[in-house]
Design a protein around this ligand. Sequence first.
Ligand SMILES: Nc1nc2c(ncn2[C@@H]2O[C@H](COP(=O)(O)OP(=O)(O)O)[C@@H](O)[C@H]2O)c(=O)[nH]1
Ligand SMILES: [Mg+2]
Length: 222
Amino acid sequence: MKIKVVKNILSENESYAKKNRAIFAKNNILCLNMISSPGSGKTAILVKTINRLKGKVRVGIIEGDIQTDLDARRIRTTRAPVVQINTEGGCHLSAAQVHSALKLLPLDKLDVIIIENVGNLVCPSVFELGESAKIAVLSVAEGDDKPAKYPEIFARAKVLLINKIDLFAAGASIDFNLKKVEKEVRRLNKKIEIFPLSARTCQGFKNWRKWLIDSARNHPAQ
Ligand SMILES: Nc1nc2c(ncn2[C@@H]2O[C@H](COP(=O)(O)OP(=O)(O)O)[C@@H](O)[C@H]2O)c(=O)[nH]1
Ligand SMILES: [Mg+2]
C-alpha cells in the first residue's frame, strides 16, 4: 500500500513537471534546478551569478525554503525577478509549487530560470520540476565524503559547483581533497562538468558563467 502512495505522489508530480517543461519550451527558457545542503552557498552564488550575467542573459529566480523570504530579499538586491515559495516543513519543492510560481514571473522577458531548491541533498534529487538540468553545489566546508554518502544528486546533476574554495587560501583547517572529490564524482557521473569556485572572492566564476551563457543560447527545445 505504501508503495502505491509513493507512486501516486511521483506521478502527480510528473504531470506538473510535464506542464512546466511545456512552458519552458514555449518561452525558450533554460530552467536549472539548484540542489545542495543548507549553507553551501546557493543564494550567494546566485547573487554573484546574476550580477555577472547582466546585459547577456536575463535570469529569473524561484526560491524554495521551509520558512521566510530572506533569500528572495537577497536576490531582489540584484533586481532580478524572484518568487519565494515556503514549503512549511516540506523537504523539497514540488513541480506543482513551481507551476504556481511560474505564473508570477515575466516569462517573455527571461532566458534562464534558476530554482534554488530547499536545502537538502536527498529529497530534491528525486522530484523533477521540469528542469533541463540539475546543478549540485557542494562547499569545501562540508567534507569530501559527501559524494560517496549521497551519490544520487551527484549522479543526476549536469554541473557540480564546488563552493568556498577561498577557504583553502585562508588557511582554514578543513578536510577536503578536491582531486578525490572530482574522481569520486566522475566515477558516479562521467559527463558531469565540475567548476570549483568561491562566491566570496568570485574565483572560478569565469568558467561557470561561460557554461551558463553557452547553455542559455544552445539548449535544445524541450
Ligand atoms: N567563505 C565563504 N563563505 C561563503 C561562500 N559562499 C557562501 N558563503 C557563506 O556561507 C553561508 C551560507 O550561504 P548561503 O548563500 O545562505 O547558502 P545556501 O543556504 O546554500 O543558500 C553564508 O554565511 C555565506 O556568506 C564562499 O564562497 N566562501
Ligand atoms: Mg539559500
